[in-house]
Design a binder for this molecule. Structure first.
Ligand code: ZN
Ligand code: ZN
Length: 297
């Protein structure tokens, strides 16, 4: 069983965006502007993921926050007819990134995995991915459960059904929220991850992400998730509702008028995993990673 509960590990929380673009590909702001914006908005780390290239921000400025080399690979067409994009981070800055659409999705995943990177399937709904093609691929770490740019463009930023489909198939997959900011519309500051890591270093943060020790959010904080036998306890910032779910099974508590929820206790019936979602009064969501219960391999 893979343990992905950051609430059981020691460390501090670090805020990061793992998907953003600059003028080095199709973004409207320079690498320096991108870095400064994240520094000024409380981020601890960022991965600039320009399309099919690695942008090293230290060539343009002196970042004060942690920068993680990354890219967004174009890997052909999905089964639904959209572009297949893979976000990868934790790569060597001198990696020779192959030209767009010169690799299949599996070849792209294998390439970045062989370099020790972490990767996720970007915006599955926007790309018209099918659940079967995600199940057929192997070696990736998760999917983008929320993409600010796609959400604001045409409401295709959410991928919860894809995620639950993978988890029901007993595929340990982490859910990543990110901005995919291109900076010509208000596609920034909408989604990020909070990572629990033992120290503020690239190695510690990347290791924690690989292990699933993070949650994704558009604003709310998920402060505690503990499971004692069948009893699940959740603590969070004030929200409108707290949910646990495993596909058809699940439950929720809701605010009583103006009195918002900050904790909940559930007797769960999950058979292989559970995950927590909360939504605040401004309709901003947060998603825990799955916690695998007995029987999930
Ligand atoms: Zn993309
Ligand atoms: Zn992108």
């Amino acid at each position: 069983m893979q343990e992905a509960n950051p609430y059981l590990t020691a460390g501090q929380w670090f805020k990061g965006n793992l998907h953003t673009h600059t003028t080095e590909s199709d973004g409207a702001c320079s690498p320096e502007q991108n870095i400064r914006w994240h520094e000024q908005h409380g981020y601890d780390f960022v991965s600039i993921t320009d399309h099919n290239r690695i942008t090293d921000p230290s060539q343009f400025c002196e970042p004060q926050l942690i920068t993680v080399p990354g890219t967004e690979l174009s890997l052909g067409v999905t089964k639904g007819g959209g572009p297949f994009h893979l976000v990868a981070f934790g790569l060597p800055t001198d990696l020779q990134v192959p030209p767009p659409n010169s690799l299949t999705p599996q070849e792209g995943i294998d390439l970045v995995a062989s370099e020790g990177a972490t990767c996720f399937a970007a915006h599955p709904h926007w790309s018209s991915m099918t659940m079967e093609e995600l199940d057929d691929l192997s070696g990736y770490d998760g999917i983008e459960v929320y993409n600010t740019g796609c959400d604001r463009e045409n409401r295709t930023g959410l991928a919860e059904p894809y995620w639950d489909d993978l988890l029901r198939r007993r595929r340990p997959a982490w859910g990543f929220a990110s901005d995919d900011s291109h900076w010509s519309t208000a596609d920034f500051g909408g989604g990020w991850i909070q990572v629990k890591a033992p120290e503020r270093s690239p190695e510690a943060i990347l290791g924690a992400i690989k292990s699933g020790h993070f949650y994704s959010t558009c604003g709310p904080e998920i402060k505690e998730v503990t499971l004692h036998g069948p009893t699940l306890h959740v603590r969070c910032s004030p929200v409108q509702a707290i949910y646990w779910s495993e596909g058809t099974r699940g439950g929720s508590v809701h605010a009583n008028g103006a009195e918002l929820c900050t904790d909940a206790e559930f007797e769960i019936e999950a058979r292989n995993y559970l995950r927590i979602q909360v939504v605040d009064a401004e309709q901003r969501w947060a998603w825990s990673n799955p916690i695998f219960v007995e029987g999930c391999t």
